[in-house]
Design a protein around this ligand. Sequence first.
Ligand code: ARG
Length: 258
Amino acid sequence: MKKNILKIAAVCAMSALMISALAGCGATKDKKDDTTASADKLVMATNAEFPPYEYHENDKIVGIDAEVAQAIADKLGMELEIDDMAFDSIIPAVQSGKASIGVAGMTVTEDRLVNVNFSDTYAHGKQVIIVKDGSPIASPDDLKGKKVGVQTSTTGDIYITDDYGDESVERYQKGADAIQALLQDKIDAVVIDSEPAKVFVSENEGLKTVETPYVEEDYAIALAKDNTELLDKINSVLAELKQDGTIDKIISKYITSK
Ligand code: ARG
């Protein structure tokens, strides 16, 4: 990336020598190099493989989290920038200050609280089990000794590893990849959050969600430990957005059966 910028700069300098007024060169800066959080920019780290919270629609990232973050940015008078990355890169991005917030349907856990702070909760989730129609797996206990697909570093990964051991877990970069593996009988089940599960089950023939949920959870926004100023601001803005119905409105736009 840096290399490209240098190249562009060099071309600009050369062109400027040849043609004195070359408009636009100064503005040719790759947006990606500008990602370090600044005072007037709210940089959101996410993993847009998680409908309906964040996913790609055409070349935009949309979903509940994108809209909640936009509403927060609007209230704070900040510009929102969304950076898509692997799920397990989100917390490091927030810790290093590369991103100011991590918004990714992220569950508040004790272990994550060692590395980041979380805002107040803005949504609830559940880990559920997806199986193929006709599967003998009918409850979380039936996962013992089975191969369970998860998205790497998600709570599904953490819980299955804790409860059934590393040998039970098959890790995938995306939830959708775990679903493909299930369809191809490479694994026996997928553990993932309930709303993405609904989307994946509705988009793929022959799958169902086991009725008994596995774990209930709360979603919140992750912030760097030392960024308590922004944490306080976000919590007060979140309270306003809950109070005036904005959060409910955003959630019910994406989740109809609620
Ligand atoms: N709620 C789960 C967790 O926090 C899964 C979140 C996955 N989010 C995503 N954008 N891929 O671990």
